[in-house]
Write a protein that binds this ligand. Structure first.
Ligand SMILES: O=C(O)CCC(=O)C(=O)O
Ligand SMILES: [Fe+2]
Length: 281
């Protein structure tokens, strides 16, 4: 992140619906009106790249990132293992045979899974400014570490954003769209956003670190009705997303949040996941 912007821009993720690489501040919309833009910059490293270096599976990253690839690989492997254990527990609780959800996340297939380091500059005077707009995560489970406040969630059925207070020694785990769909909506992909850290914390730079476990690109996103619980939920409230793969789902969402692709409010709407409340930007 300390490199000059023009150096980092050589590794920009682009407007084509891929997220690996650098994303500059202001590249994404934060609401459907297009009045404000995001204030964070981040670097996403593909699990496939980190685990297979020196081979390049998807792309190259800025030299300081490439130099730190052994540490990034450790972080991804440890986070991936934790997320997979949690997913097995969720399979058991939902009555989905573990093998089915594991196959959706087959570690030998290429995947949009990635790590992300996020930097938001100090924002002491901007309590209302949105750093990352309201969204659900794309994949199955996100394991998130932050030190300063600023992350907020909108609990389903409520109207007020609530801060998630970072606790030392704890990580935050988010369920994303693919688990919501696999579980037939029994699990919810929660809307969240990032605003400047509250009070005195606003004068500091905010950093966060995430690992997103996502299904393989080719995995079809569908309710896993082998589970009676999921089958019952879908009977009551069908999940109607068509025959879409995880790769197509992510690509649509990423592409339509880019300001360069915006044609009007419909672009933001097309970037939405399993939950969307227009007034909760
Ligand atoms: O920085 C945070 O606390 C949350 C980041 C986030 O929601 C994301 O990158 O998807
Ligand atoms: Fe998120």
């Amino acid at each position: 992140m300390a490199l000059p912007l023009e150096e980092k821009m050589k590794y920009e993720q682009g407007d084509q619906g891929r997220s690996f690489g650098y994303k500059a501040a202001g590249a994404n919309n934060v609401d459907e009106y297009g009045l404000n833009l995001d204030t964070v910059e981040f670097i996403n490293v593909a699990r496939d790249d980190a685990l297979n270096r020196p081979k390049i599976i998807h792309r190259e990253y800025p030299p300081p990132t490439e130099e730190r690839m052994p540490a990034i690989k450790n972080f991804i492997q440890a986070s991936d293992a934790i997320n997979r254990s949690l997913m097995d527990i969720m399979s058991d609780r939902l009555g989905i045979p573990r093998e089915i959800l594991r196959a959706k996340h087959d570690p030998t297939k290429t995947t949009p899974s990635e790590s992300r380091v996020i930097r938001n500059p100090p924002r002491p005077m901007s309590p209302e400014e949105i750093a990352i707009g309201s969204h659900t995560d794309f994949g199955s489970l996100s394991l998130l570490h932050n030190i300063l406040g600023g992350l907020q969630v909108l609990v389903p059925g409520t109207q007020t954003w609530q801060y998630i207070k970072p606790l030392p020694g704890h990580a935050i785990c988010n369920i994303g769209d693919s688990l919501a769909i696999y579980s037939g909506g029994v699990l919810r992909s929660n809307l969240h956003r990032v605003v400047p850290p509250p009070g005195e914390q606003g004068k500091y730079e905010r950093w966060s670190l995430v690992y997103f476990l996502r299904p393989a690109f080719e995995s079809v996103m569908e309710p896993l009705v082998q589970s009676p619980l999921v089958a019952e939920a879908v009977k009551k409230k069908p999940v109607d997303i068509g025959n879409v793969t995880a790769g197509e789902w992510f690509s649509r969402r990423i592409k339509n949040q880019r300001v360069a692709n915006r044609t009007g409010p419909e672009t933001w709407r097309a970037s939405r996941g399993t939950e969307h409340i227009p007034t909760a930007a």
